[in-house]
Design a protein around this ligand. Structure first.
Ligand SMILES: [Zn+2]
Ligand SMILES: [Zn+2]
Length: 156
């Protein structure tokens, strides 16, 4: 089985923040990606980043819309691979036959998944302990917040 790499681009807001969702408390926030849009400036601690709201560590931060986009992209690619394999198998099957021929069917390409968009919502919070890892949180949030990297607690 060959490894297939897919890239799914996730939109950042105008300041380079990516929307995230905590699986534990279901709240959404945003973290800052590096200028090339690939990752946070600081790598996650072994247990994963800490949720700023509930302080629980995780490696899985996709929002529902982001997971749906990934699933759609994977399915679309799987259909295309299956179609290519079918075409090849049919061509192999009829090769050398005087009586059979196979006209390759391009298949119906599945529509491109809808790209996501990202609004400039939420309020920005900077942490003194990790100044390169600001976050954006729900406008209405007040109370404790935890640093993504070290879970230091601040109050907003
Ligand atoms: Zn949480
Ligand atoms: Zn910190």
């Amino acid at each position: 089985m060959n490894e297939i790499r897919l890239s799914v681009s996730m939109p950042l807001d105008s300041e380079g923040f990516l929307r995230r969702r905590c699986q534990s408390c279901s709240r959404e926030f945003k973290w800052l990606h590096t200028p090339d849009g690939s990752a946070n400036a600081v790598a996650p601690p072994p247990g994963g980043y800490y949720c700023p709201y509930c302080g629980i560590q995780s490696h899985e931060w996709m929002t529902d819309a982001q997971s749906a986009l990934v699933n759609e992209t994977v399915q679309r690619e799987a259909v295309q691979i299956a179609q290519r394999q079918l075409n090849q198998a049919m061509k192999d099957a009829v090769r050398g036959s005087k009586f059979l021929s196979y006209k390759e069917s391009p298949g119906k390409p599945m529509p491109e998944p809808h790209p996501l968009s990202e609004d400039d919502d939420m309020k920005r919070i900077d942490f003194q302990c990790h100044p390169t890892e600001p976050i954006k949180i729900e406008e209405s949030w007040s109370g404790s917040l935890y640093c993504l990297i070290c879970s230091a607690e601040i109050t907003v």
